[in-house]
Design a protein around this ligand. Structure first.
Ligand SMILES: [Fe+2]
Length: 189
């Protein structure tokens, strides 16, 4: 089923009818739904945190560097902080609950616009073209949250920034490979 999602992403990226981020994401949605409904969607190892902390376990990287697929793991009680994605994403919730808060940039800071708890089988999008790039994910529990992310570009090139609330600044928040195939967003030193 992961292969089907890869094939759907590849097809959407070359389909002339999929000109917008939304059209691309919607074209991938049925394959994501099938993966989430599978009895054994991904290896159990890919559902594990790294040293007790949140991590993105790489499931697939497009050889043409157009997209990648991560199993994003949030242990109970952990949060991503408020951050921004600079290009499209499709997120499917595989295990546990995730509370997602969405924000709109008002010219000076991210302002909360919605809050939603996602459950297993739910699918959502990140569409910066539609001002949908800012969000925060938090796992209120119980249990570890695992979601499948199809994200633009490679993990190392994925445009990702963080809202530093204390300094009231947007700062770089690149994905770094903390262990082989295991990526974590870290603030630039
Ligand atoms: Fe995110």
């Amino acid at each position: 089923m992961l292969r089907r999602l890869v094939t759907a992403a590849e097809a959407a990226l070359v389909d002339p009818a999929c000109r917008t981020e939304r059209a691309r994401a919607e074209a991938m949605r049925p394959a994501m739904a099938a993966l989430l409904a599978d009895d054994e969607p991904i290896a159990e190892q890919a559902c594990q945190p790294l040293q007790g902390a949140a991590v993105g376990n790489l499931l697939y990287a497009d050889p043409e560097r157009r997209f990648h697929i991560l199993a994003v793991v949030f242990p109970e009680g952990t949060s991503s902080g408020v951050h921004w994605h600079g290009c499209w994403g499709l997120i499917g919730y595989l295990r546990g609950g995730d509370e997602e808060t969405r924000y709109r940039w008002d010219g000076e800071q991210p302002v909360e616009v919605s809050r939603h708890v996602w459950h297993q089988g739910d699918i959502t999008t990140l569409l910066p073209e539609e001002d949908e790039g800012w969000h925060r994910v938090r796992n209120p529990g119980p249990g570890t949250g695992v979601s499948i992310h199809v994200l633009c570009r490679t993990p190392a090139d994925h445009p990702h920034r963080f809202w530093d609330r204390d300094r009231r600044q947007v700062v770089d928040f690149p994905f770094r490979e903390a262990a082989p195939g295991r990526w974590r967003a870290e603030l630039a030193p």
